[in-house]
Design a protein around this ligand. Structure first.
Ligand SMILES: [Ca+2]
Length: 285
């Protein structure tokens, strides 16, 4: 939590487009994507889109408003967003994977506000576009290598990609960085990769990375992880390749460096130093 406050203060300082409200860190072009489904909010902030505007946002990007079934399919593979948005046919709701007191009334599933008679109400949007650019995704395989968009070419400006990894319950995710080259600056304000030991990019912050130094391996505490890549409007770099492997409980890697060990010392590496995971993960914003 301290880390999140620290970051939001830092981000707020540097980029007015960012803000921390209602316990959620928002960007004006905040985007999540899973199974072709992603969340959009207005450039002016949360809950600003009428039905017609939400539809236009999705269509502008080559997709359309997601159906309830598409949103549920995405939810089943880990798509979790705490913000109500328009779906096809004027329906409003949001997908909850992890029950929490502050979001979704403690339940999981699609929190369904039903078909709205007043299409002038303002919400966010859930779009569906299976042919979207290669940027983010949801992985449930026991191992996979994923790459920055366009790799091995340089990534483009103004990318926001989310990768959700979900392995079998009881397993952990071992991340290994194979290649890493992201525009460098001292606080990783320009372009960065963030890693979260949770379903979303709110809880379980592990670290923020940039530059061309290969980050150390990271092992999750549970069976889900979220990675977020963001690039700003200038200067690109080579990008990255990251491999993950599902491991059965504590890692076999014997050096003990930067890995969790027996659930006791859950310290994970980050650009800003070592942060105890337990203290950030247990907070529910
Ligand atoms: Ca950049």
């Amino acid at each position: 939590m301290i880390a999140l406050i620290f970051f939001s203060a830092l981000l707020w300082d540097k980029a007015q487009a960012w803000g921390f409200k209602d316990g959620v860190l928002h960007n004006s072009i905040w985007l999540e994507r899973a199974a072709g489904v992603y969340h959009r909010e207005s450039r002016s902030g949360k809950y600003q889109l009428t039905y017609a505007e939400a539809k236009a946002v999705c269509e502008y990007e080559g997709g359309h408003l997601a159906t309830y079934q598409q949103l549920e399919a995405a939810r089943k593979i880990g798509f979790h967003v705490c913000a109500a948005g328009w779906m096809a046919k004027g329906r409003v709701g949001y997908p909850i994977v992890k029950a929490g007191a502050n979001c979704g009334f403690g339940r999981t599933g699609i929190v369904d506000y039903g078909i709205r008679l007043n299409r002038s109400e303002r919400w966010d949007a859930y779009c569906y576009n299976p042919n979207g650019k290669e940027c983010g995704g949801v992985f449930t395989d026991s191992k996979h290598v994923f790459k920055s968009p366009g790799y091995p070419n340089e990534y483009e400006n103004e990318q926001i990609c989310y990768w959700h990894i979900r392995v079998k319950y009881g397993q952990r995710i071992h991340l290994q960085f194979l290649e890493f080259d992201v525009e460098d600056d001292t606080a990783c304000m320009a372009d960065f990769l963030e890693i979260y030991d949770s379903y979303d990019d709110i809880n379980g912050f592990v670290g923020r990375f940039c530059g061309d130094e290969l980050p150390d391996d990271i092992i999750s505490t549970g069976n889900v992880m979220t990675l977020k890549f963001l690039s700003d409007s200038s200067v690109t770099a080579g990008g990255f390749q990251i491999r993950y492997v599902a491991v059965d409980m504590p890692s076999k890697s014997g050096d003990g460096k930067n890995t969790t060990s027996q659930g006791k010392a859950n310290f994970l590496p980050g650009k800003f130093g070592i942060m105890p995971l337990e203290s950030t993960y247990s907070e529910d914003a």
